[in-house]
Design a protein around this ligand. Structure first.
Ligand code: ARG
Ligand code: ASP
Length: 722
């Protein structure tokens, strides 16, 4: 009697833990996952989610402008993505008179939709497994670098030569790409349709779209309306075409229905999108390297830099504006690194990595044919060895990269190492309307001082050593560099370009900033070059390690590598889980959803991060939650609550921003825009109790379009389902 009971119990435990197993799955893994999806409540047919030979929900999911995800939400090609994903495009379209970032924008008619030049939206038309073909080609390859198995230019060359005829002939806007998965143990060909006439349709003011800004970034409880709207335009036949007045809104194959029913804790939730990069198969030594070198150095250098920036920004409103975006960019990676290290230091964090390694080791050393098993053991050894041997160089590179190269703006300065053609571009890349040489010099003093403390003199860029020897202190040297250069002011550069070529060359040889920047870049190149063989070793080692993992798994009766998730690589994935709050530490529990009341609680008119627009306050006061309060949740006592954000256990990463979050019926319930900082170590290993996707409730999006934007025309275009 006992046994079956126990196995039942074990079964229940397994399915419980499977409920929290994370994973960013390839579309073809849907078949494998389908029964567990159905068990959790999915009510869609498999082919309705993904149909390799027909239309399905995945056809409404697009890659937005390279780094983000978007979704088609109307029969007229309307695309929803994040405010922070549309940010650059919106900024490009803004001017002092029309500041769409600050004021928001709502196109009243199709004619008011503004061409967002340079933005592209990409559909994945077809995905084909080309593993056998690519591996055959690799085997025939003579010579080469040994790194072709991961090389985009090699793989895309294959795609061009062998698949162009089939997929591109007579077609407009089709691009082909072959991507490696499981570190070169699987290859998929993506046939992509790329639309380049994209128009800006609408966005809330930053006070809604970026509410909470840096303070709230990577954290929950959150109250951000992080969305913007664009539209895909096509030629009369629905094909991609460059911008033209003749183009018309695309009639897409598929778009999302939008649920206005509201969500509850425990509800099934699913996401499709284009996650950027994860490292799920890192060995323990790689994880500690990431923690102790990459993240630690980043935290140290950015912390110092941001401290100076913030002091300068708070002291002067003009500097505040000039450095806002730079500060935000720096802070985004900084906070992420802090969260990552917090995650890595959870007890047991390394255990999964250790277990995977032992699984391969056990299986490989148990092979009767010793030579056969050796490949995989060698793979592991190669990674371990490279990690150990590269530590000192990697540390040097990170101090240099985070500290000087990325930290000090003027390290982009012209120099003898750059082609003449690009001197102007290099100058303008930092010396523009947002540049203050005084602030940069202050940052340089702090960062150079720390760099000199951390790195041995023999390893400094030569010019730095020379300058310090000459001036005696970092302080004096930096003052001399910034006072003596032509490259921190427009006039200085103009006087440079006015010189004859021979004189220009002499200036580049003698200008103190040009000399320092050149020397820093040359040190960077030197270190990168020295590290490259280790990177190759690790990539090759990991290919073999993962191959071993797949075989070990198969030997236990599993499906091989396909039982695992392939590391994210900006290709289309799905992830699933449920809507759920979390408890980051004892005594604290975050709940879902947050509400408009929380926006009001955070309101602070003295902080640019927490300003609430007057109209939004009025909406709150008068409970103007749409006709019949249709965007709000009716409570048991008859009152109404306006939801804003919620969290889900879905496994997401950078690139998933803008991804559709949908319910068991495939109806849109929200738009993904962030994670909590306690969960970012999920890039290495999913942490069920900590990792959450942060999602904007679709009803808040609707409220803002409807009541703040007054854009009834857009609401009418949507397929709303009660
Ligand atoms: N943390 C979010 C994501 O990477 C949002 C970033 C935009 N916001 C910001 N303050 N930088 O990437
Ligand atoms: N905010 C991220 C993005 O821009 C999403 C994340 O890292 O979770 O893609």
């Amino acid at each position: 009697m006992r046994r079956p009971f126990l196995s039942l119990l074990v079964g229940a435990l397994v399915s419980l833990s499977a409920q929290a197993d994370g994973g960013m799955w390839l579309m073809e893994q849907l078949s494998q996952k389908y029964s567990s999806l159905a068990a959790r409540g999915l009510q869609m047919k498999e082919y309705d989610l993904y149909n390799p030979n027909g239309t399905s929900l995945k056809d409404a999911v697009v890659s937005f402008d390279g780094g983000c995800t978007g979704e088609v939400i109307s029969s007229q090609g309307l695309v929803l993505t994040n405010h922070h994903c549309g940010y650059d495009a919106i900024q490009q379209l803004s001017s002092v008179e029309h500041n769409y970032l600050e004021q928001g924008y709502w196109a009243r008619t199709l004619q008011d939709e503004l061409p967002a030049r340079g933005v592209v939206v990409t559909f994945i038309d077809k995905i084909e497994d080309v593993t056998a073909f690519v591996q055959g080609q690799l085997r025939q390859l003579k010579g080469g670098t040994g790194m072709e198995f991961l090389s985009p230019s090699y793989l895309n060359g294959l795609a061009r030569r062998h698949y162009s005829e089939r997929y591109q002939r007579g077609q407009q806007g089709i691009e082909l790409e072959i991507k490696p998965f499981y570190n070169g143990n699987k290859y998929l060909l993506f046939v992509k349709k790329v639309y380049s006439d994209i128009r800006f349709v609408g966005a809330p003011p930053s006070a809604v779209g970026k509410f909470g800004a840096d303070t709230d970034n990577w954290s929950y409880p959150r109250h951000t309306g992080d969305f913007s709207l664009f539209r895909i335009y096509a030629d009369a036949n629905g094909n991609p075409a460059p911008y033209s007045e003749q183009n018309v809104p695309l009639r897409p194959r598929r778009w999302f229905d939008i649920s206005t029913a509201g969500v509850q804790e425990g509800d099934f939730a699913m996401i499709m999108g284009f996650p950027g990069r994860t490292n799920q198969y890192a060995l323990p030594s790689e994880i500690t390297e990431w923690r102790d070198i990459d993240n630690t150095i980043r935290i140290r250098m950015r912390g110092l830099r941001q401290e100076v920036m913030l002091r300068e920004m708070l002291a002067d409103p003009k500097t505040n504006i000039m450095y806002a975006a730079k500060y935000a960019r720096s802070q985004n990676g900084y906070k992420r690194a802090i969260g990552a290290n917090w995650g890595v230091s959870r007890p047991d964090f390394l255990r999964r990595s250790e277990e995977l390694r032992s699984e391969v080791e056990r299986w490989a050393s148990g092979q009767r044919d010793r030579k056969k098993g050796k490949v995989y053991l060698d793979g592991i050894a190669r990674i371990e060895q490279a990690v150990a041997e590269r530590a000192a160089l990697r540390r040097q590179l990170w101090w240099l990269d985070e500290g000087l190269w990325q930290g000090i703006e003027a390290m982009q300065a012209p120099g003898v190492d750059l082609p003449l053609m690009s001197l102007e571009r290099s100058f303008r890349s930092y010396c523009n309307k947002d540049y203050s040489p005084a602030v940069d010099a202050k940052i340089a003093k702090v960062l150079l001082a720390e760099y000199c403390r951390q790195v041995a003199r023999a390893d400094w860029p030569e010019e730095l050593a020379r300058g310090l020897a000459r001036y005696g202190s970092v302080e004096a040297y930096v003052d001399a560099v910034y006072a003596g250069t032509r490259f921190t002011k427009e006039e200085g550069f103009a006087s440079f370009t006015a010189l004859p070529a021979a004189e220009q060359a002499k200036v580049l040889e003698t200008d103190p900033l040009a000399r320092l920047a050149t020397s820093v870049r040359s040190k960077m190149r030197q270190l990168q070059k020295a590290l490259q063989p280790f990177d190759s070793q690790i990539s090759q080692g990991r290919r073999d390690y993962l191959a071993g993992l797949g075989l070990a798994r198969a030997a236990q009766g599993g499906a091989g590598l396909m039982d695992y998730m392939a590391d994210a690589n900006s290709t289309l994935r799905f992830t699933y889980g449920q809507i759920q709050g979390y408890s980051p530490r004892d005594g604290v529990r975050y709940t879902v959803p947050t509400t408009l009341q929380g926006v009001m609680q955070k309101e602070d008119s003295t902080s640019w991060e927490f300003v609430v627009p007057e109209r939004l306050k009025e909406i709150y006061r008068t409970q103007s939650y749409g006709a019949g309060k249709r965007w709000a949740s009716k409570q048991a006592d008859g009152s109404y609550v306006m939801p804003v954000n919620f969290t889900a256990t879905t496994h997401t990463t950078g690139g998933n921003s803008g991804s559709p979050v949908f319910n068991a019926k495939g109806q849109l319930i929200g738009i993904n825009f962030d994670r909590n900082w306690e969960g970012v170590a999920g890039d290495i290993q999913y942490l069920p109790s900590y990792q959450r996707s942060i999602i904007c409730d679709i009803r808040y999006v609707l409220l803002i379009i409807d009541e703040l934007g007054g854009a009834r025309r857009l609401i009418d275009e949507l397929s709303l389902v009660p």
